[in-house]
Write a protein that binds this ligand. Structure first.
Ligand code: SAM
Length: 282
């Protein structure tokens, strides 16, 4: 795939031609963008929508914020997201998959909606993103994980590239002269894969700290390492990756780093400005 693919900032009224070898950054409500997209046109969707926190999402001493208030409560939030989930199902190719990032507030309700829309047989994973941050409670266990629900458009036809990473968690591991890990057993050496264990559905990835160089100041920005892992696992080079709640442009950055095309949409002008700056296009 050629490098330096141009990024087009789209006026949402114009239609987006996904057959073009172009990246698209779109300012607008993702529902109106989704309504213009043809069926079966995207390879992978990762979304990190508002979490129904009933607050203005802002960072302390950050310039950026976006509203996450739902006067009708969880019910209204579910209605908002469900209509968009239905479009995600429509616009995914048969080889595609959807990753929806949520937390304890809504994930169980959305799982039920996704089972209905995608079919239970297309549910692939509930990824637990586990991290340590400050802020503990005396009334319950500290809430230190978020959940990413994964569905195939058509289980069996979907793309999946297993990833090996990290260290084997087992005692008595030795390394031979070539650095390959093994255990000594009664029958001789039992070799382990030198690329490490295959990833499971529990991911330990640090939360972006206040001093992280990656941090843009956008509230609820997710680590590139997390989104890159999803893109690597569920798409191939040249594929089109979409994020309909793009925020600071993490998915766009990750897709570009991994030679995928992207479509990134956000309703907040500050998010699009920031994403453009991050992509070096402002
Ligand atoms: C949790 S943030 C996304 C953060 C992003 N993953 C990042 O790493 O920066 C959720 C985003 O959804 C956007 N949003 C909310 N409602 C939207 C809608 N109807 N259409 C498009 N974007 C929307 C907000 O403006 C906000 O930027």
């Amino acid at each position: 795939m050629p490098k330096n693919i141009p990024t087009t900032l789209i006026d949402p009224a114009k239609s987006i031609d996904l057959s073009r070898q172009e990246n698209f950054l779109v300012l607008g409500d993702c529902l109106s963008v989704l309504e213009t997209l043809p069926a079966k046109s995207l390879d992978l969707i990762y979304v990190d929508p508002p979490f129904c926190t009933q607050s203005s999402r802002t960072r302390t001493n950050g310039d950026h914020h976006y509203p996450d208030y739902w006067p009708g409560g969880l019910r209204e939030f579910l209605e908002f997201l469900t209509v968009r989930l239905e479009h995600f199902h429509r616009v995914l190719k048969d080889t595609g998959s959807l990753f929806v990032h949520l937390d304890y507030r809504s994930v169980h309700y959305i799982k039920i909606e996704l089972d209905r829309i995608f079919g239970e047989e297309n549910f692939l994973n509930e990824i637990i993103w586990s991290y340590r941050t400050g802020g503990l409670s005396k009334k319950w266990f500290a809430r230190k994980h978020q959940t990413i629900l994964c569905y195939a458009r058509k289980n069996g036809s979907h793309k999946f590239n297993p990833i090996r990473e990290g260290q084997f968690r087992t005692d008595g591991l030795n390394y031979d002269e070539d650095g390959r890990p093994y255990k000594t057993t009664k029958k001789g050496r039992l070799y382990f894969n030198p690329d490490g264990p295959t990833l499971t559905d529990v991911w330990e990835i640090p939360f972006l700290s206040t001093v992280s160089r990656e941090r843009t100041g956008y509230p609820d920005q997710k680590p590139l390492a997390l989104v890159e892992r999803i893109i690597r696992a569920a798409s191939d080079e040249g594929d089109r990756v979409a994020d309909f709640f793009a925020g600071s442009g993490t998915t766009a950055m990750a897709a570009r780093n991994l030679n995928r095309l992207f479509l990134a949409v956000d309703i907040n002008p500050a998010a699009i400005t920031l994403a453009r700056q991050r992509l070096g296009q402002a």
